[in-house]
Design a protein around this ligand. Sequence first.
Ligand SMILES: *[C@@H]1O[C@H](CO)[C@@H](O)[C@H](O)[C@H]1NC(C)=O
Ligand SMILES: *[C@@H]1O[C@H](CO)[C@@H](O)[C@H](O)[C@H]1NC(C)=O
Ligand SMILES: *[C@@H]1O[C@H](CO)[C@@H](O)[C@H](O)[C@H]1NC(C)=O
Ligand SMILES: *[C@@H]1O[C@H](CO)[C@@H](O)[C@H](O)[C@H]1NC(C)=O
Ligand SMILES: *[C@@H]1O[C@H](CO)[C@@H](O)[C@H](O)[C@H]1NC(C)=O
Ligand SMILES: *[C@@H]1O[C@H](CO)[C@@H](O)[C@H](O)[C@H]1NC(C)=O
Ligand SMILES: *[C@@H]1O[C@H](CO)[C@@H](O)[C@H](O)[C@H]1NC(C)=O
Ligand SMILES: *[C@@H]1O[C@H](CO)[C@@H](O)[C@H](O)[C@H]1NC(C)=O
Ligand SMILES: *[C@@H]1O[C@H](CO)[C@@H](O)[C@H](O)[C@H]1NC(C)=O
Ligand SMILES: *[C@@H]1O[C@H](CO)[C@@H](O)[C@H](O)[C@H]1NC(C)=O
Length: 861
Amino acid sequence: MEAMAMAAAGAMRPLALLPLLLFPLFLLRPTAFASDTILANSSLSDGQTLVSSGDIFELGFFTPPGSTSPAARFLGIWYKGISPQTVVWVANREPPVSGTAGNLSITGTGGRLVLADGSGRVFWSSAPPSNVSVRSSNSTARLLDSGNFVLVDGGGGGLLWQSFDYPTDTLLPGMKFGWDLTTGLDRYLTTWRSAGDPSPGDYTFKIDARGGSPEGFIWYNGSAPPVYRNGPWNGLRFSGEPEMEPTNPSFRFDFVANRTHVYYTYTASSSAAVILSRFVLNQSSAQRYVWLDGGWSLYWSVPRDQCDQYAHCGAYGVCDAGTSAMMMCGCPTGFEPASPRNWALRDSSGGCARSTPLNCTGGGGGDGFLRMAGVKLPDTTNATVDAAVTVDQCRARCLANCSCVAYAASDVRGDGSGCIMWSSPLVDIRRFSYGGDDLFVRLAASDLPTNGDDSSRKNTVLAVVLSLSGCLLLALGAFFIWNKFFKIKGRFQRTQRLTSFDSSIPLNQVQERKLEVKTRHSTDLNITLFDINTIALSTDNFANSAKLGEGGFGPVYKGELDGGQVVAVKRLSKFSTQGLDEFKNEVMLIARLQHVNLVRLLGCCIHGEERMLVYEYMDNKSLDTFIFDKARSSELNWSRRFNIILGIARGLLYLHQDSRFKVIHRDLKAGNILLDGDMNPKISDFGVARIFGDDTDSHTRKVVGTYGYMSPEYAMDGVFSVKSDVFSFGVLVLEVVSGRKNRGMYSNGEQTSLLSHAWKLWRDGNALALLDEAVAGDGGAYSRSEVLRCVQVGLLCVQERPEDRPHMAAVFMMLGNLSAVAPQPRHPGFCGDRGGSTSTDGEWSSTCTVNDVTVTIVEGR
Ligand SMILES: *[C@@H]1O[C@H](CO)[C@@H](O)[C@H](O)[C@H]1NC(C)=O
Ligand SMILES: *[C@@H]1O[C@H](CO)[C@@H](O)[C@H](O)[C@H]1NC(C)=O
Ligand SMILES: *[C@@H]1O[C@H](CO)[C@@H](O)[C@H](O)[C@H]1NC(C)=O
Ligand SMILES: *[C@@H]1O[C@H](CO)[C@@H](O)[C@H](O)[C@H]1NC(C)=O
Ligand SMILES: *[C@@H]1O[C@H](CO)[C@@H](O)[C@H](O)[C@H]1NC(C)=O
Ligand SMILES: *[C@@H]1O[C@H](CO)[C@@H](O)[C@H](O)[C@H]1NC(C)=O
Ligand SMILES: *[C@@H]1O[C@H](CO)[C@@H](O)[C@H](O)[C@H]1NC(C)=O
Ligand SMILES: *[C@@H]1O[C@H](CO)[C@@H](O)[C@H](O)[C@H]1NC(C)=O
Ligand SMILES: *[C@@H]1O[C@H](CO)[C@@H](O)[C@H](O)[C@H]1NC(C)=O
Ligand SMILES: *[C@@H]1O[C@H](CO)[C@@H](O)[C@H](O)[C@H]1NC(C)=O
């Protein structure tokens, strides 16, 4: 046991059977061994661990916390010092070693690692080296700081085996996810069977390299159809994952596809610090985490919503989770629901069919292409790819081949190049409200919108329109019939299900006062339908004294229910265009948004034209009652403020990308951030914008928002996106830091707005001066770097151009990881100080004339 290369892990878990002998050995020679290595003549037994040289990963034996058998021991790798233990790799997924007799050693010839017990029973051994001959029996196995466990030939240093080639459920930075086509090695993720059982589960995430353009698929039990598809790599990202955009310089995503290799890999690194990041597949989703703030922060996950379900809308159907219409599925221009009846019943799996057959006489001269912008490209399994041609050649090729139904650029970098051509029905298309690729769908000339041809590329046609004559009318008709059919006496008609419509529910099972939502993976969610009398009683008949405030969508009252539960009741203003069913649907969507940084919706109340939402009540009221109040602002010291900023970011990140339904808040402001008893922030009023109906017509729509928080493009053009929320978030951050209200976009005399004030201070290198006196005077009890980072992030968020503003994921990353590199902000939107003295940038101030714009503002307070 001379060169034993281990650290004792006894302190990690109270294992009664730990071989106590190891302790003296370890204590005698604390630094005598390279503790990350097993040499040819040594071994690793239960109770000992290897620790990578930078103290990042640890390898040893463990029992998963959820294990039904406490004696089941697995050999695995986890993060050192992170609690709860986060396992990233397991050697013997099945069977476990029972008891502590497990022992990992290198075989006599040096070619393999073997896990055996005292009796010589082998539980696991590493795959034999492929196409490498072992030159010396003197091999070593080492745990690297990347989390890779490698077996290296002592003779020439050649790599004989590495754990990175055999991933379990976790992908680490630097790992290759996909194929080595020369050896046939396929690296893919398989879920654990359960939290206590690392044996291979039912879901796998694999790169399919057979198709024209390789794509990643999540499969259930290996059988078709897939559960999820991430889309072809378009040079920058997977087509189905627009969030992958390289906004954060600490992350790099790469995809290699050539004759010998097809794989995806990512790196997470910053010159200043180690970034711990992992991508893990479990029974319900694939998630990317980053270690922040002493915990794993969810950075991104799929499936995001129903539109991520493979082929949710059938062939040629397009899924749009951002629509406020009842149905997420639509048919592109030139297509109609293949079975209008099923679509009306919200079974869209039959997809869409062409309205007019293609004309392929004369070389297809009669056909043209419809540009669908911002979509996830359809399944490429049967598509053909040619990276060597231009997009124009691609178009010509597609037009010339009667079986070609669509084309797209295979590489979107620059102006786009390469060619993907589809000749079988297009499946699994979804629309993104941000990002996504252009797809050109072949249509008969008569079906082309007058200027929808891609020759006018600038023209951003809203390509996905519900064919009015077809499914919308039918859907409405069907709902009418459906309502009649299911109407039962009383105030409330029936239960609604979001994901499926089950006409076989017997009427006597229809509950009268509960709306019920069934989701595929979570438990049932019950929302109470409150009676108007209950609400009126609890709020003293909406007395002024019970009024808590007024948000963008109507007044809020405090109420106390019979059982003593205190609630906040939001009485929606009357310009909602929605019908009853749509309203209930939206309420259920909102109720499904659950996060510690969101106020919980308890139920709703419907009475005639009245619509009300009932929320949990927050003791400390709203953020604005603290930060803008001289007397109370000192209650919020810096660490509380920073916590509030992080919490809001977390909540907004959830709304934007982690919830199953992407939600844009549209009225984020200090008055809508509520504080619980411990001063934890909770966003309120989220999702309510959805209730106010169709958003597709930007000219007639009312702009709902609050003076001072609206982004320029939203206030002026009514264009909103997640980036408008990011703008409002930036204003909020600067307000929390400074304790000052943003005066808003309309300059009032010499008064400068908070944004331009902050910008000037930042530009002059004096950003700390922005900090609220109430905090700065606090004997310096604040972190300079946190304050500076908040100002920087705040300014990044309020930049003029939406595309310059970061996504919330990047915002959260920058706030949570002060060592991450953050870009330098540019001018904020809305100069605010027009006519002020310091505007040095003529071009910029000339774009700041917003005074003439008429916006309907629903004023807060
Ligand atoms: C194990 O191998 C190392 C290096 O080859 C050698 O120095 C050491 O003496 C060996 N120990 C035993 C117990 O054989
Ligand atoms: C572990 O296995 C090696 C090789 O089979 C053996 O030499 C060693 O004695 C074993 N150690 C323990 C503690 O069982
Ligand atoms: C092994 O590798 C060599 C070159 O590295 C290659 O020529 C040979 O075809 C490979 N053999 C197999 C079986 O992959
Ligand atoms: C075995 O490997 C060790 C460390 O890699 C090296 O120091 C030693 O010289 C090697 N011995 C032989 C016989 O190859
Ligand atoms: C999964 O596949 C196995 C065979 O591969 C089959 O026996 C089992 O029933 C399947 N499970 C489910 C839930 O489909
Ligand atoms: C394929 O890509 C890999 C990784 O970048 C590279 O090592 C290899 O040489 C490439 N092979 C060919 C045939 O281009
Ligand atoms: C998968 O992971 C997510 C995030 O940690 C968790 O919420 C969910 O419950 C997990 N699902 C299962 C089936 O374990
Ligand atoms: C099909 O295209 C050809 C060539 O452009 C044209 O002459 C013919 O009229 C078209 N037929 C139909 C039915 O549109
Ligand atoms: C690809 O072609 C096969 C055989 O024609 C068909 O069964 C399959 O559904 C097609 N897949 C896609 C995604 O078009
Ligand atoms: C047309 O496309 C199909 C499917 O991609 C292909 O099999 C066929 O060879 C093409 N025809 C011509 C003339 O290029």
